[in-house]
Design a protein around this ligand. Structure first.
Ligand SMILES: [Zn+2]
Ligand SMILES: [Zn+2]
Length: 571
């Protein structure tokens, strides 16, 4: 049990109480307790019982629920609610845009108890005719159901990483003395994982496989398994598992084959031979030897995708990939000035503690009122506080930034004289995300051409496995960034990873720098930096092309030079 899961289960109990129309007073008291837990800056797992009792809004029943959750991962009231809710209804409750009230109508008035029945009712138009729904809601439900179905069994890399690593350890202890490697998408650090795959190299292909039956975490599907691979699923988790077998002699070439994508294996090395053909010769004893023997630069595992890496390797054009330790500062972060959880001072001190030289704070701008966007007076107050902290914390430095909303017409959120008061500006879209590709692209172009834009924030607004993001013409956007000297962020939040790594190479080729930005809304958020680095590396990102590998002094000079090129404020 951890803090986040406790909150999740409390929130679920609120939804279920609403669904079953329990006492509204009780629901409200739960809600206010959860709000206060959400806002609070603490970890429930680390608080003593008396400390928990002191949290504002936490009454007797919520307190008991938390204690029970910590000990047993559930609590009696939740169990009772779950018992009287069909599993399918529970699933429907998780669909975006359907609150408990609507779900109740679907369940009790139309008799829908599964997502499958819901889809059928939508397709027959039954849902639209139900009071309180209508055509538009019905269409949204269909889209959300389709999106959900297409994401079934898929996980964010960051969410499944720990599980797969734990499984790897278990497998290693089952097969002591054998060669074991993680292969497939996870080995290539894909942003979304639908399957955990391993390769085991054994003395002989015969015997030994049966040992897998001892692996308690996996349910095997013997009909889908064969002599070279066993397939199954992690128990209690929607994650596919495959264990491949080979002899120790074949381990290296199998490992390369099972880790690369089919597109990579198909890339030509010469007129006659592809990577796959060369692998089949099996005339090498290490990965390094395979590449050097074929006059290719070593291609790092995470890059074996089939996006032209072989052509680059032939010309020795793969630069040394970015490492976590290359990053010298953290840009694009929020504080309690807008919707962050920790104060400016806490964010700065923790950043320094982690060994970074600088922090770029960029709270939300005023149009993002729902996220506590800053009015002009608040900006002035923040700048004073930053000046003060910079005196106290030198040589560590806080840079004054803002995450300016890109308004629907592409303009930024403040008049020029206010924009001129920042060291750097991250320009991002947060509203009206449903523009078509032409409008969305031209909206971004206007923002990129604004001389105050230093960094383009999360360019597509996508949330992996949640929403696709607005469509943009990537080439046009990247070309414009090159022309206007605008940096593009790789938003390192594992839900975003936006700019997508598939565009990193193109951006670098146009001379556009990238910045690994965690978009941290709390101190812990800095730890997302590593997912941004992984995404960058997949796209071939180098230290030289990453903005926040600059030292504190260098980036200060960079911001100053950038600002001095702006014509004097017009207004
Ligand atoms: Zn943002
Ligand atoms: Zn942000």
């Amino acid at each position: 049990m951890d803090h986040k899961t406790i909150l999740k289960k409390l929130k679920l109990s609120i939804q279920l109480m609403e669904l079953h129309e329990e006492n509204s007073f009780k629901i409200r008291s739960y809600q206010s307790a959860v709000n206060s837990l959400d806002r609070g800056d603490f970890d429930l797992m680390e608080l003593s019982e008396s400390e928990i009792q002191k949290i504002p809004g936490v009454g007797k029943s919520i307190f008991e629920a938390i204690v029970s959750l910590k000990e047993t991962e559930t609590f009696p009231a939740l169990e009772e609610l779950l018992e009287k809710t069909p599993t399918g209804v529970l699933e429907i409750l998780q669909i975006k845009g359907l609150g408990p009230k609507k779900v109740k109508v679907l369940w009790q008035e139309i008799g829908i108890t599964s997502t499958h029945e819901l889809m059928e009712a939508c397709q027959s138009g039954k849902v639209a005719k139900t009071k309180g729904f209508g055509e538009k809601t019905q269409q949204t439900i269909i889209e959300n159901l389709e999106f959900k179905a297409s994401n079934e069994g898929k996980w964010l890399y960051a969410d499944i990483e720990e599980t797969i690593e734990k499984l790897s350890q278990e497998l290693t202890s089952i097969y002591e003395g054998s060669e074991i490697a993680s292969v497939g998408d996870f080995a290539r650090k894909m942003e979304i994982i639908a399957e955990a795959e391993w390769l085991i190299g054994m003395e002989s292909l015969f015997g030994g496989k049966e040992k897998l039956k001892k692996w308690e975490d996996i349910t095997w599907d013997m009909t889908a398994s064969g002599p070279f691979a066993w397939r199954g699923k992690v128990k209690d988790l929607d994650l596919q598992v495959t264990v491949h077998f080979c002899s120790k002699k074949e381990f290296i070439w199998k490992k390369i084959s099972l880790t690369a994508t089919p597109a990579f294996l198909g890339e030509s090395v010469s007129e006659k031979e592809s990577i796959g053909d060369l692998l089949n010769k099996k005339d090498f004893s290490s990965e390094e030897e395979f590449f050097s023997k074929n006059q290719l630069q070593f291609i790092p595992v995470e890059m074996r995708e089939g996006f032209g890496e072989v052509a680059l390797a032939k010309e020795n054009k793969i630069g040394e990939l970015l490492k976590d330790s290359d990053l010298k500062g953290i840009l694009h972060n929020h504080s309690t000035y807008s919707d962050g959880k920790h104060s400016l001072k806490q964010m700065a001190e923790y950043c320094r503690e982690l060994g970074y030289e600088y922090l770029g704070i960029s709270d939300h701008s005023r149009t993002a009122f729902y996220a506590g966007g800053l009015e002009i007076e608040r900006i002035q107050k923040q700048h004073q506080e930053i000046d003060q902290l910079n005196q106290e914390m030198a040589p560590f430095k806080i840079f004054k930034g803002i995450e300016s909303d890109i308004l629907p017409d592409g303009s930024l959120d403040y008049p020029d004289d206010v924009l001129a008061s920042f060291d750097f500006i991250v320009s991002s879209v947060h509203s009206i995300l449903n523009m078509d590709i032409r409008k969305a692209t031209s909206r971004l172009l206007t923002a990129i051409e604004n001389p105050y834009t230093t960094i383009l924030g999360h360019p597509t607004g996508r949330l992996l496995l949640r929403r696709a993001g607005y469509p943009i013409d990537h080439k046009t956007i990247i070309d414009a960034c090159a022309k206007n000297n605008v940096v593009i962020e790789i938003n390192a939040n594992p839900w975003r990873l936006d700019l997508d790594w598939r565009w990193v190479r193109y951006a670098m080729d146009q001379g556009v720098m990238l910045s690994i930005n965690p978009d941290a809304h709390e101190m812990d958020g800095y730890s997302d930096m590593k997912y941004g680095v992984l995404a960058g590396r997949k796209g071939g990102l180098t230290k030289e092309m990453t903005l926040n590998t600059l030292s504190g002094e260098e980036i200060e000079a960079y911001f100053n030079k950038r600002k001095s090129s702006i014509p004097f404020p017009k207004s």
